[in-house]
Design a protein around this ligand. Structure first.
Ligand SMILES: COc1nc2nc(N)nc(N)c2nc1C
Length: 307
């Protein structure tokens, strides 16, 4: 039975990955539900074979009294902003003055909320909100309900990663439909809906909100031996995280401006809200040279779309 349950977990997480990370369903919902039912029945009968990474942990346990506080070992900084081409050219000039020739990585800035996820030997052990950058709230149980968040990585590594939890626009519209029917106050936008959902003390409510997450950085990248941001993004894919596939290396600020133009036009075709573009120096050695202020990294900037 123990082996049968391990195989069931493996199978269900494989379908989970295909559906929620690759967006390519591998079995029908009915078959998936049947596998889940079978696993939860066996976990009822043989609790001794239940494991922390079991997909049954995603449906949400008992509501919490309150959220525990979490101190971030590496502060979660916020990005400084650029509002026009001049700001971006100033950023590029300053960076080149300090580090010489440089490559950037451009990414969509998802309009959600920053989260930090810790894994030990490949198992998800804790997830927290940004909070004030130093102290956040432990929302581990709520984050487990996000189907694209792996409960166990493809490698047995101890890693801390950061990303953006968000509510896809379809989930947002469905949620507000329901709230309208129940005469409840509507959420103003997907970002508020995601923040409000992750602050729920009852994980079962969170599970129903159909949140998602994009992972965009490895905190202990040096320890792991990664040398650039683009390499980290590939590493995150290998570990089984959901990363946003639209990132691009840009050798010049003109290429950055072109990327911004492209995604400013295309953003309504995305299934989630973005509020800008993030530009990062790719090489970690150069990021280190540029360092950070108390508030923000000096090797990255967020270009905000005009409201
Ligand atoms: C390096 O720090 C960051 N990187 C980011 N990257 C993306 N794509 N989106 C963000 N919101 C973001 N936020 C921060 C603080």
């Amino acid at each position: 039975v123990k082996k049968q349950m391990a195989e069931l977990r493996e199978q269900i997480e494989k379908h989970n990955y295909a559906y929620y990370v690759l967006d390519q369903p591998s079995i029908s919902d009915a078959e998936y539900d049947e596998l889940m039912r079978k696993l939860m029945e066996l976990e009822e009968q043989y609790p001794q074979y239940k494991t922390p990474d079991s997909p049954s942990q995603r449906v949400g346990g008992a509501p919490l009294e309150a959220f525990k506080k979490v101190t971030h070992r590496v502060p979660m900084l916020s990005l400084s902003n650029a509002f026009n081409e001049g700001d971006l050219r100033d950023f590029d000039r300053r960076v080149r003055q300090e580090v010489g020739d440089v490559r950037y990585v451009c990414e969509l800035k998802i309009d959600g909320l920053a989260v930090s996820l810790r894994y030990e030997d490949g198992y998800f052990v804790q997830g927290a909100t940004r909070g004030d950058g130093t102290t956040g709230e432990d929302i581990t149980e709520n984050l487990k309900t996000i189907r694209s968040l792996p409960l166990r990585l493809q490698k047995q590594v101890t890693v801390e990663v950061r990303g953006e939890a968000y509510m896809p626009r379809k989930s947002f519209e469905k949620l507000n439909e329901q709230r309208k029917m129940n005469g409840e106050e509507l959420f103003a936008n997907p970002r508020n809906a995601a923040a409000g959902s992750l602050r729920q003390l009852d994980p079962k409510i969170v599970a129903a909100r159909q949140l998602d997450v994009f992972i965009y950085s490895v905190v202990n990248s040096e320890e792991i031996g990664l040398v650039s941001h683009s390499e980290s993004l590939r590493y995150l894919d290998e570990l089984g995280f959901k990363t946003n596939p639209t990132w691009q290396v840009c050798e010049t600020i003109d290429a950055v401006l072109a990327y911004i133009e492209k995604w400013h036009e295309r953003r309504t075709s995305l299934p989630y809200d973005i509020d800008g573009i993030v530009i990062k120096v790719d090489a970690f050695a150069q990021q280190k040279q540029l360092g950070a202020t108390a508030k923000s990294p000096r090797w990255a900037i967020a270009y905000k779309f005009p409201a």
